[in-house]
Design a protein around this ligand. Structure first.
Ligand code: B1M
Length: 213
Protein backbone atom coordinates (compact mmCIF):
# COMPACT_ATOMS: atom_id res chain seq x y z
CA UNK A 1 0.00 0.00 0.00
CA UNK A 2 1.24 3.51 -0.78
CA UNK A 3 2.38 5.30 2.34
CA UNK A 4 2.79 8.83 1.00
CA UNK A 5 0.03 10.48 3.05
CA UNK A 6 1.23 8.88 6.28
CA UNK A 7 4.72 10.09 5.53
CA UNK A 8 3.47 13.61 4.85
CA UNK A 9 1.74 13.57 8.23
CA UNK A 10 4.84 12.22 10.00
CA UNK A 11 7.17 14.79 8.44
CA UNK A 12 4.81 17.73 9.02
CA UNK A 13 4.73 16.75 12.67
CA UNK A 14 8.52 16.54 12.68
CA UNK A 15 8.77 19.85 10.81
CA UNK A 16 10.84 18.37 7.99
CA UNK A 17 9.93 20.90 5.32
CA UNK A 18 12.13 19.54 2.53
CA UNK A 19 10.66 16.06 2.87
CA UNK A 20 7.14 17.49 3.10
CA UNK A 21 7.68 19.49 -0.09
CA UNK A 22 8.98 16.45 -1.98
CA UNK A 23 6.24 14.14 -0.70
CA UNK A 24 3.47 16.62 -1.45
CA UNK A 25 4.67 16.93 -5.04
CA UNK A 26 5.02 13.16 -5.21
CA UNK A 27 1.47 12.65 -3.82
CA UNK A 28 0.07 14.91 -6.52
CA UNK A 29 2.04 13.04 -9.18
CA UNK A 30 0.67 9.78 -7.84
CA UNK A 31 -2.84 11.13 -8.34
CA UNK A 32 -3.90 11.99 -4.81
CA UNK A 33 -6.60 14.61 -4.72
CA UNK A 34 -5.57 17.92 -3.12
CA UNK A 35 -8.39 17.44 -0.59
CA UNK A 36 -6.82 14.19 0.65
CA UNK A 37 -3.51 15.98 1.08
CA UNK A 38 -5.19 18.93 2.78
CA UNK A 39 -6.98 16.66 5.25
CA UNK A 40 -3.69 14.93 6.01
CA UNK A 41 -2.05 18.29 6.70
CA UNK A 42 -4.89 19.44 8.95
CA UNK A 43 -4.85 16.15 10.89
CA UNK A 44 -1.08 16.45 11.35
CA UNK A 45 -1.44 19.97 12.79
CA UNK A 46 -4.25 18.73 14.98
CA UNK A 47 -1.93 16.10 16.47
CA UNK A 48 0.74 18.77 17.04
CA UNK A 49 -1.86 21.07 18.63
CA UNK A 50 -2.90 18.34 21.08
CA UNK A 51 0.73 17.58 21.97
CA UNK A 52 1.38 21.32 22.46
CA UNK A 53 -1.55 21.49 24.85
CA UNK A 54 -0.18 18.56 26.87
CA UNK A 55 3.33 20.10 26.89
CA UNK A 56 4.66 17.16 24.90
CA UNK A 57 6.06 19.57 22.30
CA UNK A 58 7.01 23.24 22.64
CA UNK A 59 6.86 26.43 20.56
CA UNK A 60 9.93 25.68 18.36
CA UNK A 61 8.56 22.27 17.34
CA UNK A 62 5.15 23.76 16.63
CA UNK A 63 6.75 26.52 14.61
CA UNK A 64 8.71 24.20 12.34
CA UNK A 65 5.66 21.96 11.92
CA UNK A 66 3.68 25.05 10.89
CA UNK A 67 6.34 25.99 8.34
CA UNK A 68 6.19 22.52 6.84
CA UNK A 69 2.39 22.77 6.77
CA UNK A 70 2.46 26.13 4.97
CA UNK A 71 4.98 24.85 2.40
CA UNK A 72 2.65 21.99 1.49
CA UNK A 73 -0.30 24.39 1.43
CA UNK A 74 1.55 26.63 -1.03
CA UNK A 75 2.04 23.65 -3.34
CA UNK A 76 -1.61 22.60 -3.37
CA UNK A 77 -3.13 26.10 -3.31
CA UNK A 78 -2.84 26.76 -7.08
CA UNK A 79 -4.83 23.61 -7.74
CA UNK A 80 -7.96 25.03 -6.25
CA UNK A 81 -7.68 28.42 -7.93
CA UNK A 82 -10.61 28.41 -10.32
CA UNK A 83 -8.86 30.99 -12.53
CA UNK A 84 -11.96 33.09 -12.73
CA UNK A 85 -12.16 36.41 -14.47
CA UNK A 86 -15.46 37.39 -12.87
CA UNK A 87 -14.85 37.18 -9.16
CA UNK A 88 -17.71 36.48 -6.78
CA UNK A 89 -16.46 39.34 -4.65
CA UNK A 90 -13.38 40.81 -3.03
CA UNK A 91 -12.07 39.93 0.43
CA UNK A 92 -9.31 41.55 2.45
CA UNK A 93 -8.03 39.04 5.00
CA UNK A 94 -5.48 39.14 7.80
CA UNK A 95 -4.55 37.88 11.23
CA UNK A 96 -5.00 40.63 13.80
CA UNK A 97 -2.32 42.66 15.54
CA UNK A 98 -0.16 40.79 18.06
CA UNK A 99 -1.12 37.44 16.57
CA UNK A 100 1.23 35.39 14.39
CA UNK A 101 -0.99 32.35 13.82
CA UNK A 102 -1.63 32.05 10.10
CA UNK A 103 -2.47 28.42 9.36
CA UNK A 104 -6.22 28.84 9.89
CA UNK A 105 -6.21 32.17 8.04
CA UNK A 106 -4.36 30.57 5.11
CA UNK A 107 -6.92 27.78 4.97
CA UNK A 108 -9.79 30.27 4.98
CA UNK A 109 -8.04 32.17 2.18
CA UNK A 110 -7.61 29.00 0.17
CA UNK A 111 -11.27 28.07 0.50
CA UNK A 112 -12.36 31.58 -0.45
CA UNK A 113 -10.16 31.48 -3.55
CA UNK A 114 -11.60 28.07 -4.37
CA UNK A 115 -15.10 29.51 -4.05
CA UNK A 116 -14.23 32.21 -6.61
CA UNK A 117 -13.32 35.21 -4.46
CA UNK A 118 -10.46 37.57 -5.12
CA UNK A 119 -8.52 37.56 -1.85
CA UNK A 120 -6.03 40.18 -0.73
CA UNK A 121 -3.98 38.64 2.06
CA UNK A 122 -2.40 41.17 4.40
CA UNK A 123 -0.57 38.48 6.40
CA UNK A 124 -0.23 38.41 10.17
CA UNK A 125 0.02 40.99 12.96
CA UNK A 126 -2.24 43.45 11.15
CA UNK A 127 -3.17 46.60 13.05
CA UNK A 128 -6.56 48.32 12.84
CA UNK A 129 -4.91 51.10 10.83
CA UNK A 130 -3.47 48.60 8.35
CA UNK A 131 -6.91 47.01 7.87
CA UNK A 132 -8.42 50.44 7.35
CA UNK A 133 -5.72 51.42 4.84
CA UNK A 134 -6.32 48.15 2.95
CA UNK A 135 -10.07 48.81 2.82
CA UNK A 136 -9.42 52.29 1.41
CA UNK A 137 -7.00 50.87 -1.15
CA UNK A 138 -8.89 47.77 -2.30
CA UNK A 139 -12.57 48.60 -1.61
CA UNK A 140 -13.47 45.00 -0.68
CA UNK A 141 -16.94 43.51 -0.08
CA UNK A 142 -15.70 41.69 3.00
CA UNK A 143 -13.02 42.28 5.59
CA UNK A 144 -12.02 38.97 7.20
CA UNK A 145 -10.12 38.92 10.48
CA UNK A 146 -8.60 35.90 12.15
CA UNK A 147 -7.46 35.62 15.79
CA UNK A 148 -6.13 32.62 17.69
CA UNK A 149 -5.29 34.26 20.97
CA UNK A 150 -7.78 35.48 23.54
CA UNK A 151 -5.43 38.43 24.08
CA UNK A 152 -5.63 39.58 20.45
CA UNK A 153 -9.39 39.24 19.91
CA UNK A 154 -9.85 42.79 21.18
CA UNK A 155 -8.09 44.09 18.04
CA UNK A 156 -11.12 43.01 16.03
CA UNK A 157 -13.27 45.36 18.08
CA UNK A 158 -10.72 48.16 17.68
CA UNK A 159 -10.64 47.61 13.92
CA UNK A 160 -14.41 47.81 13.65
CA UNK A 161 -14.35 51.02 15.72
CA UNK A 162 -11.73 52.56 13.43
CA UNK A 163 -13.68 51.52 10.32
CA UNK A 164 -16.71 53.29 11.77
CA UNK A 165 -14.71 56.41 12.62
CA UNK A 166 -13.37 56.50 9.06
CA UNK A 167 -16.88 56.14 7.60
CA UNK A 168 -16.00 52.82 5.95
CA UNK A 169 -18.23 50.47 7.94
CA UNK A 170 -21.59 50.80 6.18
CA UNK A 171 -20.86 49.11 2.85
CA UNK A 172 -18.53 46.53 4.29
CA UNK A 173 -19.21 43.10 5.78
CA UNK A 174 -17.02 42.36 8.78
CA UNK A 175 -16.32 38.64 9.03
CA UNK A 176 -14.40 37.21 11.98
CA UNK A 177 -13.17 33.79 13.02
CA UNK A 178 -10.53 31.75 14.81
CA UNK A 179 -10.50 29.24 17.63
CA UNK A 180 -11.44 31.58 20.53
CA UNK A 181 -14.16 33.44 18.58
CA UNK A 182 -17.83 32.75 19.28
CA UNK A 183 -21.02 34.04 17.70
CA UNK A 184 -21.70 35.85 20.96
CA UNK A 185 -18.35 37.63 20.74
CA UNK A 186 -19.05 38.57 17.13
CA UNK A 187 -22.38 40.09 18.17
CA UNK A 188 -20.85 41.92 21.12
CA UNK A 189 -18.19 43.70 19.07
CA UNK A 190 -20.50 44.49 16.15
CA UNK A 191 -19.09 42.09 13.55
CA UNK A 192 -21.57 40.98 10.88
CA UNK A 193 -20.68 37.32 10.63
CA UNK A 194 -18.57 34.61 12.16
CA UNK A 195 -17.77 31.04 11.26
CA UNK A 196 -16.02 28.17 12.96
CA UNK A 197 -13.98 26.69 10.12
CA UNK A 198 -12.53 27.40 6.70
CA UNK A 199 -15.08 25.47 4.65
CA UNK A 200 -18.08 27.13 6.26
CA UNK A 201 -16.30 30.50 6.04
CA UNK A 202 -16.29 30.23 2.26
CA UNK A 203 -19.95 29.15 2.20
CA UNK A 204 -20.94 32.03 4.46
CA UNK A 205 -18.96 34.50 2.33
CA UNK A 206 -20.83 33.31 -0.75
CA UNK A 207 -24.16 33.84 1.02
CA UNK A 208 -23.03 37.33 2.05
CA UNK A 209 -22.35 38.52 -1.48
CA UNK A 210 -25.43 36.73 -2.90
CA UNK A 211 -27.74 38.28 -0.34
CA UNK A 212 -25.83 41.56 -0.21
CA UNK A 213 -25.63 41.40 3.60
CO1 B1M B 1 0.07 29.09 19.40
N1 B1M B 1 -1.39 29.08 20.69
N2 B1M B 1 1.01 30.43 20.47
N3 B1M B 1 1.47 28.92 18.10
N4 B1M B 1 -0.87 27.61 18.74
C1 B1M B 1 -2.57 28.26 20.37
C2 B1M B 1 -3.59 29.06 19.59
C3 B1M B 1 -3.07 27.83 21.81
C4 B1M B 1 -4.57 27.52 21.87
C5 B1M B 1 -2.22 26.65 22.33
C6 B1M B 1 -2.56 26.22 23.73
O1 B1M B 1 -2.16 26.81 24.68
N5 B1M B 1 -3.35 25.20 23.89
C7 B1M B 1 -2.65 29.08 22.66
C8 B1M B 1 -3.68 30.20 22.74
C9 B1M B 1 -4.34 30.28 24.10
C10 B1M B 1 -5.36 31.35 24.08
O2 B1M B 1 -5.12 32.49 23.89
N6 B1M B 1 -6.59 30.90 24.31
C11 B1M B 1 -1.39 29.51 21.94
C12 B1M B 1 -0.36 30.30 22.52
C13 B1M B 1 -0.54 30.62 23.99
C14 B1M B 1 0.74 30.76 21.80
C15 B1M B 1 1.91 31.61 22.30
C16 B1M B 1 1.53 32.76 23.25
C17 B1M B 1 2.90 30.61 22.96
C18 B1M B 1 4.10 31.22 23.60
O3 B1M B 1 4.85 31.92 22.99
N7 B1M B 1 4.22 30.92 24.86
C19 B1M B 1 2.53 32.14 21.01
C20 B1M B 1 1.89 33.46 20.54
C21 B1M B 1 2.57 34.01 19.33
C22 B1M B 1 1.77 35.13 18.70
O4 B1M B 1 0.88 34.87 17.92
N8 B1M B 1 2.07 36.35 19.09
C23 B1M B 1 2.15 31.04 20.06
C24 B1M B 1 2.92 30.70 18.96
C25 B1M B 1 2.60 29.70 18.08
C26 B1M B 1 3.50 29.29 16.92
C27 B1M B 1 4.22 30.47 16.25
C28 B1M B 1 4.53 28.34 17.47
C29 B1M B 1 2.51 28.50 16.01
C30 B1M B 1 1.84 29.36 14.90
C31 B1M B 1 2.54 29.19 13.58
C32 B1M B 1 1.68 29.68 12.44
O5 B1M B 1 0.47 29.81 12.50
N9 B1M B 1 2.39 29.96 11.36
C33 B1M B 1 1.41 28.13 17.01
C34 B1M B 1 0.45 27.13 16.77
C35 B1M B 1 0.60 26.32 15.50
C36 B1M B 1 -0.61 26.86 17.69
C37 B1M B 1 -1.61 25.68 17.69
C38 B1M B 1 -0.84 24.46 18.19
C39 B1M B 1 -2.27 25.32 16.39
C40 B1M B 1 -3.00 26.47 15.70
C41 B1M B 1 -3.36 26.02 14.31
O6 B1M B 1 -2.69 26.36 13.36
N10 B1M B 1 -4.39 25.15 14.23
C42 B1M B 1 -2.70 26.20 18.71
C43 B1M B 1 -3.32 25.08 19.54
C44 B1M B 1 -4.53 24.49 18.85
O7 B1M B 1 -5.27 25.18 18.16
N11 B1M B 1 -4.77 23.25 19.08
C45 B1M B 1 -2.01 27.30 19.40
C46 B1M B 1 -4.79 24.54 12.97
C47 B1M B 1 -5.72 25.51 12.21
C48 B1M B 1 -6.22 24.80 10.97
O8 B1M B 1 -6.80 25.80 13.05
O9 B1M B 1 -6.06 28.18 13.42
O10 B1M B 1 -8.06 27.25 14.68
P1 B1M B 1 -7.23 27.30 13.46
O11 B1M B 1 -8.14 27.75 12.23
C49 B1M B 1 -9.39 27.16 11.96
C50 B1M B 1 -10.57 27.88 12.64
O12 B1M B 1 -10.19 28.54 13.84
C51 B1M B 1 -11.12 28.75 11.57
O13 B1M B 1 -10.86 28.06 10.37
C52 B1M B 1 -9.60 27.38 10.47
C53 B1M B 1 -9.63 26.12 9.65
O14 B1M B 1 -10.80 25.40 9.78
N12 B1M B 1 -10.64 30.11 11.39
C54 B1M B 1 -11.46 31.03 10.80
C55 B1M B 1 -9.45 30.68 11.63
N13 B1M B 1 -9.47 31.94 11.24
C56 B1M B 1 -10.68 32.19 10.72
C57 B1M B 1 -11.23 33.34 10.15
C58 B1M B 1 -12.55 33.29 9.69
C59 B1M B 1 -13.30 32.13 9.80
C60 B1M B 1 -12.77 30.99 10.34
O15 B1M B 1 -13.17 34.33 9.14
C61 B1M B 1 -12.48 35.51 8.92
Amino acid sequence: MDNTLNEISKYVQEGQSIKVRKLTISALEKGYDYKQILNTLIDAMDIIGKKFKKNEVYVPEVLIASRAFNIALDIISPLIDPNVTNYLGKVVIGTVQGDLHDIGKNLVKMMLVGMGFQVIDLGVDISPQEFVDAVKKHDPDIIAMSALLTTTMITMKNTIKLLEEEGLRDNLTVFIGGAPITSNYARTIGADVYSTDAASAAEVAKEIVRNNI
